[in-house]
Design a protein around this ligand. Structure first.
Ligand code: GRF
Length: 198
């Protein structure tokens, strides 16, 4: 299964996917990494590994519709079977969603439907929950609202800051995301019926 990975930053999830592929635990090939930021560490990692990289930036004042079209063109050129948002910090517009309906997944640092948006770990702390975690879900037009594929739980400790909680959640993300990709590749998770059901 050919996978395009969309990133904005550090790329620890991208590394985890690559490590799982190397270990024979994730039956996928990463055909390209696409970033909305030029200086994403994830891009350097991908390039060093020989994975094709593309950058489609959106600056203040840029036309968002054209950015969405360019992003969709770059991703489509990679001919992926699956698109994985691994720390991609922008909401996708219709061009990409319509070209790959139900074929885009995201990893989120909270147990959805609780705490969607950019501050999952901090919002979980503010909400006073004792358990948080991570969610892999299909991407739809909303913010972290698509059908849930898998989740992993993480305890929230009294001394946690958003950073320490996020770090503990990421340990689980790095296990869960490659596993879900593998399950999609083998057909253990069927995306199409799920998408139709919603
Ligand atoms: C992850 O915690 C993910 O849940 C969120 O963004 C973060 C990306 O981390 N969507 P990294 O770039 O993979 O290290």
């Amino acid at each position: 299964m050919n996978v395009a990975v969309l990133v904005s930053g550090r790329g620890s999830n991208l590394r985890a996917i690559c490590a799982a592929i190397d270990a024979g635990e994730c039956d996928a090939t990463i055909v390209g990494v696409v970033s909305d930021r030029k200086r994403a560490a994830a891009l350097e990692f991908a390039a060093a590994r020989g994975i094709p990289t593309r950058t489609v930036t959106l600056r203040k004042g840029d036309d968002r519709d054209s950015w969405n079209e360019s992003l969709a063109d770059e991703v489509a050129a990679l001919e992926p079977d699956l698109i994985v948002l691994a720390g991609f910090m922008r909401v996708l517009g219709p061009p990409l969603l319509q070209r790959f309906p139900g074929r885009i997944i995201n990893v989120h640092p909270a147990l959805l439907p609780s705490f969607p948006g950019h501050n999952g770990p901090q919002d979980a702390l503010d909400g006073g929950v004792r358990i948080s975690g991570c969610t892999v879900h299909i991407v739809d037009a909303g913010v972290d609202t698509g059908p849930i594929l898998a989740q992993a739980a993480v305890p929230v400790l009294t001394e946690d800051t958003a950073d320490t909680l996020h770090a503990r959640i990421q340990v689980q993300e790095h296990r869960l995301l490659p596993r879900v990709i593998h399950q999609i590749a083998t057909g253990a998770i069927a995306l199409d019926p799920l998408t139709r059901a919603h």
